[in-house]
Write a protein that binds this ligand. Structure first.
Ligand code: CA
Length: 243
């Protein structure tokens, strides 16, 4: 196994100023992104044709074809990768031109790096929601195409059954999933029984260990007497006692 590197989010930074480009590259790599830098429009075009990026950070003012031209060409080719436009221009008309040309968001230089990271996370989250083959809950990512799972930058190896359970839980994010639901929908056991309940509990305990152990934010919660709940916030304990 290659440790799941293909799960890393790839970002293309298009920026002609060397210092800014390197600062962006370093900062984003520290955050775990896989970063490529293009220093002009032609280089960006070439990289866009060869690589599959999850997001593009695009400087407006570039030598030769500027960011807006590049963006227009990109969108006309039907590419819908999220684009965050970076620019020193701050007039309302400029923002409108930027967004009209197909940018998904707009950040005025100089900006706080923390804000850039927050905007990037929003765009990536939105894009992953629109991709039915990629699921995300908090920093846990599941890719249905490659069957890879990672939490933050860490690849998580699951058995096929654990993967199916996790997929079911992620799709039900924020809703209680009972053992009966898991037995019927994941184990294909229409009749609930103590043995299958025990099997489910063993799998859930292993899954929890793999995804939550040592993490500040726990995602897999047990609702006593009811079942399980997946998400960053456990629901207030339902007013149901085990019975
Ligand atoms: Ca520039």
């Amino acid at each position: 196994m290659d440790g799941g590197d293909s799960c890393l989010m790839k970002i293309l930074v298009v920026e002609d100023e060397a210092k800014t480009a390197e600062a962006l590259r370093n900062g984003l790599e520290v955050e775990g992104y896989d970063v490529r830098v293009a220093r002009c429009g032609n280089e960006a075009s070439a990289l866009l044709q060869s690589g599959d990026f999850h997001l593009i950070l695009l400087d407006w003012m570039l030598p030769g074809r500027d960011g807006i031209e590049l963006l227009g060409e990109f969108r006309r080719r039907g590419q819908n990768t999220p684009v965050l436009l970076l620019t020193a221009r701050d007039a309302i008309e400029d923002r409108i031109v930027g967004l009209d040309s197909g940018a998904d968001d707009y950040l005025v230089k100089p900006f706080a790096f923390a804000e850039l990271l927050a905007r990037i996370r929003v765009l990536l989250r939105r894009a992953s929601r629109e991709d039915p083959f990629r699921l995300q809950v908090s920093d846990l990512y599941l890719d249905l195409g490659t069957r890879q799972v990672r939490r933050g930058q860490d690849a998580i190896l699951l058995t096929p059954r654990e993967f199916d359970v996790l997929l079911y839980l992620m799709r039900a994010e924020g809703h209680v999933v009972t053992r009966a639901m898991l037995a019927k929908d994941v184990w294909r056991e229409p009749n609930r029984s103590t043995p299958i309940d025990n099997v489910i509990d063993v799998h859930l305990a292993r899954l929890r260990k793999k995804i939550d152990e040592g993490r500040d934010v726990r995602l897999l919660h047990t609702i006593r007497g009811v079942g399980f709940l997946f998400g960053t916030k456990p629901a207030a304990t339902p007013d149901i006692t085990a019975r």
